[in-house]
Structure formats: C-alpha cells, structure tokens
Design a protein around this ligand. Structure first.
Ligand SMILES: NC(=O)c1ccc[n+]([C@@H]2O[C@H](COP(=O)([O-])OP(=O)(O)OC[C@H]3O[C@@H](n4cnc5c(N)ncnc54)[C@H](O)[C@@H]3O)[C@@H](O)[C@H]2O)c1
Length: 315
C-alpha cells in the first residue's frame, strides 16, 4: 500500500480525497489542516487516519510514501520544501509556488533528493483537453496562426471557491488560478512562449486581484497569443482556449467541451474521445512503481511559473 498524507483540506484537498480513496493501492494515513474544526470534520469521514494541525509534526510522526500539498499558493514553498527535506515523494497543487525564485528552488531541491515531484494540472488527464491536444497534433487546424485564451467571470472569486486568498493580488486572481493551467497546456502542446505586452486592470482596493487583463504573448516562432480576461461582468462564466489555423479553428470550452470546424464551416461541438481519459492518481501510482507515467513535474511547474509571473508582475 502507498501511504499518503494530505496537507490542506479546503475545496481542492476535499475534491481529491475520494480519488485517493478509490485507488486500491493507496491508503490515506495522515491529514493536516491548520483549521482544527475542518480537520476533525474530514477525519470523521475517513478511517484510521492520524490528524495534525502542524505539517511538520505530520512529517515527523508519520511513515509516508507520498504527500499531497494543497494549501494556498503562498504556503506551497515552505510546506513542499519541508516534505522534500524528509525525502518524501510529493504531489503539489498548481501553481508550483508564489514566485519564480520559490518555484526554481523547489525544483532544484526535489531533483537533488531524487524523489517523485508531481503537480496537479488536470488538463493533462481530462477527456476533453486530451481530445483538443490530440486534434491539434493531428493537424486539425493546419498551420497555427493564433492562440486565444478567454477567461470571463461574472464574479471572481467563483461561488465554489470562497476563501480569504483567491481574490488577493498577493496569491490569487484568475490569471494565477485559471490562467496557469492554460500556460502549461500551451507550453506542452505548442512550445515555449514569452510575454510581449500586458495591460492589467485592478479595482480600487490595492490588495485585490485583477478585474481585467489583455496580454499579448508569442510562441518562439512568433505566433501570437492573446489573453483576454475580465471579471465582474454581465453574463455567464466562459473559459475558452482556441487555436486558429490555416485550415480550421478548434476550442476547448469550459475545461471539458471541444468545438471547432474547418474554414468556411460553422463551429460545431466535437465529441470528446473518452478513450483518452486518464487519471492523475493512476499516473502518480505508476510513477511511484517506476512505471512509465504522465507526470507534470516541478521543472514544468517552474516553466509555467516563469510565464505566470511575467503576466502577474508590475506593468
Ligand atoms: N488543480 C486544480 O484544478 C485547482 C483548482 C483550484 C485550486 N487549486 C489550488 O489548490 C490549492 C488549494 O486551493 P483551495 O481552493 O482548496 O484553497 P482553500 O483555502 O479552500 O484550502 C486550503 C486549506 O489549507 C489550509 N492551510 C493553509 N495553510 C496551511 C498550513 N500551513 N498547514 C496546513 N493547512 C493549511 C487551510 O486551512 C485550508 O483548509 C491552491 O494552491 C490552489 O491554487 C487547484
């Protein structure tokens, strides 16, 4: 059995618990959250689990094969660094850290220790996003002319993720929370990119995260990338990742749906290829057993962080 410890039991920590529980080779043996009430509530739903409000105590007092870190971004560096220090394999939530320096230091530390260092970027495992990537690889759009990422939110933060950090400039905003998933996908599917120009709008509260961004980036062959983010607007949430090419247009819509058409035809829904559907947890288990696996490691997390910080930084 792979003995797992979880640090952070908020919206996302709770989302992954059932996935760990469903894997026959995994046992959750320890959980940690600084909020005692939340810790006890989750402990009551699990069997024979040790509870901790301090992650260092959990790391010292438990025998663990893997630790999943899902605390807010500002704490990733400290907590993940302590996990690596103990020589324990680590699965970290995105973004890897809260600056390029922190991300690079985690990557170096993990590499030196020789542990498994994996990140949760779900678009690498979902049926829709994998269908999008496979169609691009098959040449559906022809020669790429432009990539666009639209992130429109009637309200930020979203109703399901209400906490004290996700709408702060310090460690929140949708460029960080949502944008980094697509930065990683662009790097994986289309290659390196850099930020050319950005225009970020902030509300009056100096501590609050962005309410708008228009950014212009480029792939290494100079193909343009447009990021169009807007919140506190009328209408419904739309997250649309589109590739425009010489032969067609293809979009991944709201994380899961694929739509597109060849030039001259109306845009249509495209069935996702569910045979491509994969699982983060299965891949982490495979990697721990030394088998071939799809793992987005800290090197990739660092590469995504470089672009993320170029977008987030002072303009
Ligand atoms: N992969 C994805 O699709 C995805 C989606 C949303 C968020 N995330 C990421 O997941 C992480 C968690 O997000 P969330 O929405 O669950 O946040 P959250 O605020 O709901 O949960 C974080 C939890 O960590 C606890 N915590 C904070 N500091 C701690 C510490 N030092 N030790 C122990 N516990 C501590 C808090 O009490 C809280 O329960 C963030 O990094 C976020 O960016 C990932």
């Amino acid at each position: 059995m792979i003995k797992v410890g979880i640090i952070g039991l908020g919206a996302i920590g709770q989302r992954l618990i059932p996935l760990f529980l469903n894997h026959p080779e995994i046992k959750i043996v320890a959980i940690c959250d600084s909020l005692n009430e939340r810790l006890n509530e989750i402990a009551n739903q699990l069997e024979n689990v040790h509870t901790f409000t301090n992650h260092k105590e959990m790391l010292s007092d438990s025998e663990l094969d893997l630790v999943y870190v899902t605390v807010p971004p500002k704490f990733h560096h400290t907590v993940v660094s302590d996990v690596i220090d103990k020589g324990i394999n680590v699965l970290c939530e995105k973004p890897l850290a809260n600056s390029t320096e922190e991300a690079l230091s985690l990557y170096h530390q993990a590499k030196e220790k020789g542990i498994l260092h994996a990140m949760n970027f779900p678009l690498n495992y979902n049926g829709g996003s994998k269908t999008f990537a496979a169609l691009i690889k098959d040449g559906y759009v022809g020669k790429l002319r432009r990539i666009e990422l639209k992130m429109h939110f009637p309200n930020w933060p979203r109703p399901w993720q209400q906490n004290e950090w996700v709408a702060t400039k310090e460690q929140g905003g949708y460029v960080l929370e949502v944008g980094v998933h697509f930065i990683q996908q662009i790097q994986k599917i289309f290659g390196d990119m850099k930020v050319i120009h950005k225009n970020i709008q902030y509300p009056e509260d100096p501590k609050a995260s962005e309410i708008g961004i228009i950014a212009n980036l480029e792939l290494s062959d100079k193909t343009p990338i447009l990021i169009n983010g807007l919140s506190q607007i009328a209408g419904i949430e739309e997250i649309k990742f589109t590739a425009y090419g010489t032969e067609g247009t293809l979009s991944l819509v709201n994380w899961a749906d694929v739509e597109g058409a060849k030039i001259g035809d109306p845009i249509q829904k495209i069935e996702t290829d569910d045979s491509l559907k994969d699982s983060l947890i299965n891949n982490v288990v495979k990697a721990l057993k030394g088998e071939e696996a799809i793992i987005i490691d800290f090197a990739k997390g660092y590469e995504a962080q470089v672009v993320l910080e170029a977008l987030r930084g002072e303009q």
